[in-house]
Ligand binder design. Structure first.
Ligand code: MTE
Length: 314
């Protein structure tokens, strides 16, 4: 049987040691104001990256602590535990790095990471990230709309989808080594979007967070962030973006098709077969929150799905 998220990390069991510590602090603070301690972001320690805050894309909730966003990660290339990516992440070499953009387009091109950093003005956008495992964070990302990378390659009229591929290199990603404990995803990790989703202004090609370059564990040097979809759609450490006329096969859909659909829009009315999607645990908070349709981005994205049965297209 193949790996499934909660075969490894069931929601009630997967609290990492850090989370247990955070939980203990939260428990100790019941009755006090949790907000300040739970959400204040300490100064990042990585290389700084300048970006202009974009007030149009800024959720009102306070950002999750930098420490939590960089130590509680899903990045199965480093292992299945939340703390593995931070612990093992230094084996990933984010330079030199290239991203091949090809498939159904007039001007296929390979971009060097330094070119990518300069292709469009870097913006800071504060998005909420909702994982399919029913936890969430609020993260100040740095990047620009993916459309700015796709337009120069001139997608052909037949292009209907975009496929993202993460680097495959067992030397850099220990989780890709044959026999690695729990490592049963079909590498490389792939994800996909419809082309109109990929071109949507919210879809962010992301190179940094919290005012610094992306830490390895968060998908250095370049990833995507699609805030109205479950977090696993936001592929990390991307080396290829392919335009295609057919719906791409995606890593989690291949592993458990009945649990992880191609669309994977955040939807509190469509439960995961093994748990409710109606509420979520915001990392750093004590009480569960109600999950919002399209993760709170319904005004901006609902029209992409007009007439679609979102229970069928989960
Ligand atoms: N991308 C790759 N290549 N491998 C992964 O395991 N995990 C996904 C997504 N992108 C994953 C990935 C999941 S399940 C989530 S919730 C987010 O990354 C987590 O992003 P974060 O660690 O920056 O919060």
């Amino acid at each position: 049987m193949r790996l499934r998220y909660s075969d490894v990390t069931p929601e009630k069991v997967y609290l990492s040691r850090r989370e247990l510590m955070a939980g203990a602090i939260a428990l100790a603070a019941v009755g006090c104001d949790l907000g300040a301690d739970a959400t204040a972001a300490p100064t990042p320690t990585g290389a700084p990256l300048k970006a202009t805050p974009n007030a149009a894309y800024r959720v009102q909730d306070a950002p999750t602590k930098f420490d939590a966003a960089t130590t509680y990660n899903n990045f199965y290339e480093f292992g299945v535990n939340k703390e593995d990516p931070a612990r093992l992440g230094q084996s990933l070499k984010p330079r030199p790095w290239h991203v091949q953009v090809d498939g159904l387009c007039a001007k296929p091109r390979t971009f060097d990471i330094e070119e990518i950093l300069k292709l469009a003005p870097l913006e800071e956008r504060i998005y909420s990230l909702r994982c399919v495992e029913a936890w969430s964070m609020v993260i100040p990302w740095i990047g620009y709309p993916l459309a700015a990378l796709l337009k120069p390659v001139e997608p052909r009229p037949g292009a209907k989808y975009v496929e993202f591929t993460t680097l495959k290199d067992p030397e850099q990603f220990p989780g890709q080594k044959p026999g690695f404990f729990g490592g049963t995803l079909d590498w490389p990790y792939t994800e996909g979007l419809r082309l109109d989703e990929a071109m949507h202004p919210l879809t962010l090609l992301t190179v940094g967070m919290y005012g610094q370059v992306l830490p390895n564990q968060n998908g250095a040097p370049v990833r995507v962030v699609i805030p109205w979809k479950y977090g696993f759609k936001s592929a990390k450490s991307i080396v290829r973006i392919r335009l295609t006329d057919t719906e791409p096969k995606t890593a989690w859909n291949k592993a458990a098709p009945q649990e992880y659909g191609f669309y994977s829009n955040v939807n509190p009315t469509v439960d995961h077969p093994r748990w409710s999607q109606g509420t979520e645990r915001r990392i750093g908070e004590f009480r569960r929150r109600t999950t919002l349709m399209f993760n709170g981005y319904a005004d901006q994205v609902a029209s992409l799905y007009t007439g679609m049965d979102l229970k069928k297209n989960y």
